[in-house]
Design a protein around this ligand. Structure first.
Ligand SMILES: [Zn+2]
Length: 94
C-alpha cells in the first residue's frame, strides 16, 4: 500500500457522528482492503486523531480497546498501523 499516490479506494457515506475519541465529525469511510461497504465489526481509523474505531450496530463507532486490537491477526494490525501513520503524518483534521 502506498500513500500519496493516486488510488481508487471507494468512499462510503456513514451516519453522521462524532469520533468517540476526539469528537471530530465523521460522515464517511474509505475502504482500504476490499471494495465493500462498512458493516458491524469492521475497523476504521478516525481521520481527525488516528484512533482505531470499530463499527457497531447501525454503523455507530466505538473506540477499539487495546486488548481487542492486540488480538487481531498481525497482518491486520500492520495495515491499521499504516493507515494510522498516514493520518497522523497528514496531521489529522481535529
Ligand atoms: Zn478522532
Amino acid at each position: 500500500m502506498k500513500f500519496g499516490t493516486a488510488v481508487n479506494w471507494p468512499t462510503f457515506k456513514t451516519p453522521e457522528q462524532r469520533c468517540p475519541a476526539c469528537r471530530y465529525e465523521l460522515s464517511a469511510t474509505t475502504a482500504v482492503q476490499h471494495d465493500c461497504s462498512p458493516s458491524e465489526g469492521d475497523l476504521t481509523v478516525c481521520i481527525g486523531c488516528g484512533a482505531v474505531l470499530v463499527f457497531c450496530d447501525g454503523l455507530g463507532l466505538l473506540v477499539m480497546e487495546s486488548d481487542a486490537f492486540a488480538a487481531l491477526p498481525l497482518d491486520v494490525q500492520a495495515k491499521v498501523h499504516r493507515v494510522r501513520a498516514a493520518v497522523l503524518f497528514a496531521g489529522g483534521k481535529g
